[in-house]
Design a protein around this ligand. Sequence first.
Ligand code: PGA
Length: 248
Amino acid sequence: MSRKPFIAGNWKMNMTVATGTKLITDLKPLVKEAKCDVCLCVPAILIPAMVKAAKGSKIKIGAQNVHFADHGAYTGEISADMLNDYGVKYVIIGHSERRQYFGENNDTVNQRTLTALKNGLTPIVCIGETLSERASGDTENVLTRQLEFGLHGVEDVKQIVIAYEPVWAIGTGQTATDEQAQETIKFIRKKLGKMFCVKDANRVRILYGGSMNAGNCKGLMAQPDIDGGLIGGASLKTDFATIVNFEK
Ligand code: PGA
């Protein structure tokens, strides 16, 4: 079953209007021939300027979060309508940093995911185990809970992108091996097949994330179940284009 590869960057809390515009301007000619979908998830306040900078290129601008309420008294949050105002298509949900530092859990991930879908946004739902969970053989249980609770009530799983990001590999330079990533993502796809149906699970794009860079992307992308990457550090430089231009 062919799935279109997808390379998404996650700028996290980095860049300004000036540095972000410069990077996108530099990236544009470099990703002109990209065969995959390309997106940069930027800080909310940069979205208008980055949409402008990316205009006419393969780069779509995404967000790093969306609130589950349509509007209201939620200081500091961003609604789906606000993202839609700027033509944002993708939104990261449940990143491990949100879970670790901002109290997000499988329930809020679920609510945000359903809200994104209801409003025509494509959620990039992040799941992944910590080092101690992997060490104690708990990886599959953790991922199962994240999927079962996080995707509860989702009607069409094909509209979702999953990012498997082992927490121990994020920003540490310690990438999962090609085999570890493949094996775990294969498990995730099998689990989705049980929760929804095998045919739909085979159409869900599942990304790997965690210290993916220009040097290791080829081996990861060559794995049959890995459909792309969610790239943090390496999306802050033109190296991102090398990842985008991989040969699958
Ligand atoms: P990293 O981040 O590539 O810097 O490890 C990935 C992520 O957190 O999405």
